[in-house]
Design a protein. Sequence first.
Length: 323
Amino acid sequence: MRVLPAAPSIEGLTAVVTGGSRGLGLLMARQLLRRDCDVVLLARDAAELDRAVGKLGRPGGGAVRGVVCDVRDGAAVQERLAEIARDNGRLDIVIANAGIIQVGPAEALGVEGFRDALDSIFHGALNTAFAALPHLRRSPAGGRLALVGSVGGLLAVPHLLPYSCAKSAVAALAEGLHAEEAAYGVTVTGVHPGLMRTGSHLHARFGGDRRREYAWFQALAGAPVLSMNAERAAERIVCAVQRRRPRIVLTPAAKLGAVAHGVAPVLTTRLVSAVGRVLPRDGGTGTAEGYRVEAEEQPPARRLRRVLGVLNERAAGRFNQRG
C-alpha cells in the first residue's frame, strides 16, 4: 500500500472561505482552524455569520471572524480581501464556496434562474478568484486557491440545470487558472463533490411541482449510500488544498458518473435522460426555499423522507442551516 507523505503545514496562514457561514463552508473553515490557520468567513447574512463564529469557537490555535460580503459584487469582494490581507499582513488560502441551488424543470426555473445561478456561483467564484490572486501571488508560503464546483458541473443533472451550467463554468475556470497561475507559485484546486449531508435542502430553491421536487431532493441528499458525510468531505477538501492537488472529486457515485461521462458520453446521457423521465413535470410558477416548502406545502412521502433524510436533518442543525 502506497503511503502519502505528510501534508505540508499551513499553521499560521490566513485563509478566507466564502459561503462560510453554514454547510460545507462552515466545515471547511473548521478544518482550517484545526490546522491552526487564521480564518475569515465571508457571507451575506450578518446574524448567520455571528452564529457560525460562535459554533466554530477556537478548536485550534487560529482565530476566526466573520465579514459580511456578497460575492456577486466584484468591487465589494476586492475591498474585503484587501482589508483582510492588510489586517492580517498576508492572504495565503482562499476557498470560493458561495453559491445557490435551484431544483426543478429548466422551463419552470426560467432564464432568470440561470442568470441567478451564474451570478451567484460562477461570477461569485470569478470575482473571488480575481480579487484573491494578486494577494496569493505575494504569499510567502505560495498561495492556494480552491474553487468549489460539483459533479453536476462534470455531468449535467436534470432538474438542476442552472446549477450544473454554473458549476461547469467553475470547473473550466479552475482548470484554466491552475495552468496560468503555476508561473506565479499559486496552485488552484477544482473541487467537485457529489451529494453531501449538509442540510442544504433547507436553503435550496424549488420550482415547478415544489412539493415533489423537494421530496426527491431531500431524500437523495440524505441517503447514506448516495450521499457523503459532510465533515469527512470537508476534511478531504482541505487536505487536497493543503497538498496543492489540482482536482478532487468526492463520493464514489460522483467519481463513477464523471468517469462514465468521459468514457461513454452518449450512453451516460441516455441513462440520465431515463432518470429525467421519472422526475416531476408539472407545477406552478415561482420558487420557494426548502424550509418554506416543508412547512407550508406538505411534501409527499413523509415517512420515507424521514428515514432516508434523518442524517441530513441532524446535519442541518449542526451546520447552521436552521436560523
